[in-house]
Design a protein around this ligand. Structure first.
Ligand code: SF4
Length: 413
């Protein structure tokens, strides 16, 4: 059957890529084309579609090379047995599209993934071909994020890292049993093996560049992964545990959580409803607690209810504080940074500002009001020179007073 025209294929393959949440360009090296060399810049201004975790506004052309696939992952709209419209690009077409959008300043880079055609190795080779052509033939300086293809040879995955800023492989589901049930063609051991190889190559390349400035770069923006939330029965506690193991073992830059969204002609093994979007948000908050607030994974898991789920009506930091009330109130004038970071409603920037301010004066409630949006949320947990709350252990009404109103929860539902 004849392929649809390029614009129609672009529509199909950009739409097919929207289910992958794992693209953000944090941590990339700065490259630019000033001085008349090369094309593009990782720092350019353009139409922005996404914000990287470092606050930079980025826009990526997010595409699948093809949505044909020989695998049959139940949760995926592009699986072999799905009757979705199919399309594909050649590597050269993706190169041309990327350059043409780039030169018009629509994008700052490319996020390229693919269904699997013919074989994992063949598909991986095609993705590499896109990145290699962009870099070698066109001296492309923009951002490239390549998805690695499950089951592809380690040598090919290693080549991807030579051309891409970031590489990623999706762990997909938090438990091996879930992967076996919902993605029977994928192998948890091989996915983690690939992550291990990538991690070693990233460390080696960084080390080599410390000694030889001209040593080749390898995925300088690191690797990331994505976990689908709510397609299997895994609890939040299990997801938090899995994510922290991945961070520890493979030095991942990010774990992305993607709330499962029901797909057309869904397989009967999938839930009929999507989980509340707020669940995804709570998992991101718990991820931040571990990465930036000094919480151990076990502490976040302790904030879950008996069924292992994080509460939806309050954030995980508040849930932890309410469960471990003996740690409060925290004296903002004396407590160390680690204790301040545990106060619900105080972010890292607010803590930094308070630490700086208390070097020059004794903190009052009004100083706290200046660095936070919700003094009401903080009051029960802090002591300042002019404020001391009732003991938290005596406040049975506290949770109800601090929970998000039902209307706000509905907005995320
Ligand atoms: S391998 Fe990827 S594209 Fe193919 S069915 Fe599985 S998730 Fe979808």
């Amino acid at each position: 059957m004849a392929q649809p025209g390029i614009l129609e294929r672009l529509e199909i393959l950009a739409d097919a890529a929207k289910y992958d949440a794992s693209c953000a360009s944090s941590g990339t090296q700065k490259r630019d084309s000033r001085g008349g060399r090369g094309v593009g810049s990782t720092e350019g201004m353009g139409i922005c579609h996404a914000y990287a975790p470092d606050g930079r506004c980025i826009s990526l052309l997010k595409l699948l090379l093809t949505n044909h696939c020989i695998f049959d992952c139940h949760y995926c709209v592009n699986r072999k047995s799905s009757n979705v419209r199919r399309a594909g690009f050649t590597p050269q077409e993706v190169v041309d599209l990327t350059l043409s959008f780039y030169k018009r300043n629509y994008i700052e880079g490319l996020f390229l993934s693919s269904g699997i055609v013919r074989s994992s190795n063949h598909t991986m080779e095609q993705l590499i071909e896109v990145a290699r052509t962009l870099r070698e033939t066109h001296d492309f300086r923009g951002y490239i994020h390549l998805k690695t293809i499950p089951e592809a040879d380690p040598d090919l995955v290693a080549q991807a890292g030579l051309w891409a800023d970031r590489v990623s492989i999706n762990v997909e589901l938090p438990t091996e049993a879930g992967l076996l049930r919902l993605a029977p063609d994928k192998d948890a051991g091989r996915i983690e093996g690939t992550m291990g190889n990538l991690s070693a190559a990233i460390v080696d390349a960084k080390d080599a560049r410390k000694h030889y400035r001209k040593a080749p770069r390898f995925a300088p923006a690191g690797q990331s992964t994505q976990m689908i939330v709510g397609a299997d029965g895994a609890s939040d506690a299990q997801i938090v545990g899995k994510a922290s193991t991945l961070y520890d073992r493979f030095g991942l830059r990010r774990v992305y959580y993607s709330a499962f969204s029901p797909i057309p002609d869904a397989s009967a093994v999938l839930p009929l409803k999507r989980p509340p979007l707020l669940r995804e948000h709570r998992l991101y908050q718990s991820d931040w607690l571990i990465r930036f607030y000094g919480f151990a994974p076990l502490e976040v898991q302790q904030a879950t209810s008996a069924d292992g789920m994080l509460p939806l009506d309050i954030d995980p930091k508040l849930a932890w504080a309410l469960k471990f009330r003996e740690n409060f109130p925290v004296d903002l004038n004396r407590a160390p940074r680690e204790a301040l970071l545990r106060v619900p409603g105080l972010g890292t920037k607010a803590v930094k500002a308070l630490l700086a301010a208390r070097r020059h004066r004794t903190l009052r409630l009004e100083d706290v009001a200046r660095v936070t949006v919700s003094l009401k949320k903080l009051r029960p947990f802090i002591v300042t020179v002019d404020w001391r709350p009732t003991l938290l252990t005596d406040r049975s009404d506290l949770r109800a007073g601090l929970a998000a109103p039902p209307r706000q929860l509905e907005l995320f539902g």
